[in-house]
Design a protein around this ligand. Structure first.
Ligand SMILES: Nc1ncnc2c1ncn2[C@@H]1O[C@H](COP(=O)(O)OP(=O)(O)OP(=O)(O)O)[C@@H](O)[C@H]1O
Length: 452
């Protein structure tokens, strides 16, 4: 460990030597005794980790020296040691940011010893927090966490930059598992609001009757069971970003309340009467086409225009197959690192198989497929047999069409597939495909298709 440099500024030589001797018992401490304020300032270039100053120095008083030290080195901790017990002086210095204020008596050395230990513990916590914050930032440095080189994704990156650099609302659309939440986080953590909260609420996951209290919060006694005040999610996001996922699921009554909050930038908790000022950036996401929902009367038009802000549309994975192998590599290497196992590769035939599937669950599904394949693989190589597609539909539409079957054969393939999906329920399959049930029965009778 590097030595911890301590300056003791004390004009009483005997007392200074006492402190120096006492603190030097710790071999990690490099203690320097300094006799005056001026000399202390002259030595600051040595970058001490802590300075203790005697309040009553002959050349300048403790407060003046404190200010000068802080001007030169704002981050160095300073402990004041004083012969006088004037509370107001102590309070003033502590308010100005002094680390501690110790009164000279027979316990001073021990108190100082303890104060230094406390200080170092706090410093190591602070360092840890700074390091964690830096890590968090790289985690959301989207060029690392959002993988993809396809032109479609590059366009998304440019929009994330635009959104992060402004305060505009953002609306993200895309099928399930395309990375909507990842984009919302990237916008927040790269924006000027990154030091403030990021609050995510999934509208589809909150029971209807709880939505209002969850979003707006409530005062004690607002309704039966409201035993304490609860801060709502809007308020929690104050200063930061509120991410409303699946906004298309929000019911019309809540939509009008959200609109009011956005217009007035304030809310009243349920059962309360004081207005609370709000300031957050709204990011919404949906897998639905909101403009269509507006046409159908399911979504308020005025709210739609308020929230649409900067739209970011995420392409489905099947439309950017050039990213698929990159993502595969990314998930595989994460998997191996997390499980502390040697690198696993995908064989050329395995890669072919991965590329023929259409991934209705998009990147989330690819991740699960890859992790399962990694578990199933032998000798650190993923072969086609190790790969199982989760939706049970191994046929990418393009692949099926390229097989060039006859119409009769296509019909057979489709009916067989549906019967498998709906547990041989002929009536349901006939209804789903909008064909007569007798067509299916006939094919079953002649053995053209076989039931389960
Ligand atoms: N481009 C990408 N690079 C790396 N991982 C990604 C990428 N896109 C998505 N993922 C991963 O895929 C999973 C699903 O992403 P996310 O939850 O952001 O999708 P979503 O669109 O919000 O899904 P849903 O609509 O179902 O809520 C997550 O594990 C996420 O980390």
């Amino acid at each position: 460990m590097l030595d911890f440099k301590i300056f003791i500024v004390e004009d009483d030589k005997w007392y200074g030597n006492l402190l120096e001797h006492y603190l030097s018992q710790n071999p990690d401490y490099e203690v320097t005794l300094i006799g005056s304020g001026k000399e202390c300032l002259a030595q600051l270039h040595r970058k001490p980790d802590l300075i203790t100053i005697d309040f009553g120095l002959p050349d300048m008083n403790g407060e003046e020296l404190y200010r000068k030290i802080k001007q030169a080195q704002p981050n160095v901790p300073v402990i004041i040691i004083s012969a006088q017990e004037k509370i107001t002086t102590a309070v003033d210095l502590l308010k100005m940011g002094a680390e501690d204020y110790l009164v000279k008596d027979e316990n001073t050395q021990q108190l100082l010893w303890k104060a230094i230990i406390r200080l170092r513990e706090n410093q190591s916590l602070k360092n840890e927090i700074t390091q964690l914050k830096a890590e968090l930032k790289t985690r959301y440095d989207y060029s690392i966490s959002i993988v993809g080189k396809s032109p479609a994704l590059q366009a998304v990156f440019r929009l994330i930059d635009k959104a992060a650099g402004s305060m505009i609302n953002v609306s993200i659309t895309g099928e399930t598992g395309t990375g909507k939440e990842l984009v919302a986080k990237a916008v927040h953590y790269n924006s000027a609001r990154s030091g403030h909260p990021y609050v995510a609420v999934n509208m589809a996951a909150i029971p209807k009757e709880l939505v209002e209290s969850e979003l707006f919060g409530y005062e004690k006694g607002a309704f039966t069971g409201a035993q304490n005040r609860k801060i709502g999610r809007f308020e929690e996001a104050n200063g930061g970003t509120l991410f409303l996922d699946e906004i298309g699921e929000m019911d019309l009554n809540i939509q009008s309340k959200l609109l009011r909050v956005l217009q007035e930038k304030e809310l009243i908790r349920l059962g309360g009467n004081s207005k609370i000022k709000l300031d957050f950036r709204l990011v919404v996401a949906t897998h639905k086409n909101l403009a269509d929902e507006v046409k159908k009367g399911n979504f308020r038009e005025d709210l739609y225009y308020r929230i649409v802000g900067l739209p970011i549309a995420l392409p489905p994975l099947r439309e950017r197959k050039d990213d698929l192998l990159l993502l595969t590599q990314f998930f595989l290497s994460n998997y191996c690192k997390e499980n502390k196992i040697p690198e696993i590769r995908v064989s050329p035939a395995g890669r072919e198989k991965l590329l023929t599937y259409n991934y209705p669950g998009n990147i989330r599904e690819l991740k699960s497929v890859i992790e399962l394949a990694a578990v199933m693989s032998e000798n650190n190589i993923i072969e086609p047999d190790d790969i199982t597609f989760l939706s049970g539909n191994n046929h990418d539409v393009d692949t099926v069409l390229n097989t060039e079957l006859t119409l009769r054969e296509y019909t057979r393939l489709i009916i067989r597939n549906y019967l498998k999906r709906y547990n041989d329920n002929v009536l349901l399959v006939a209804e789903k495909l909008d064909i007569g049930k007798s067509t299916i029965y006939k094919m079953l009778q002649t053995g053209e298709i076989e039931g389960a």
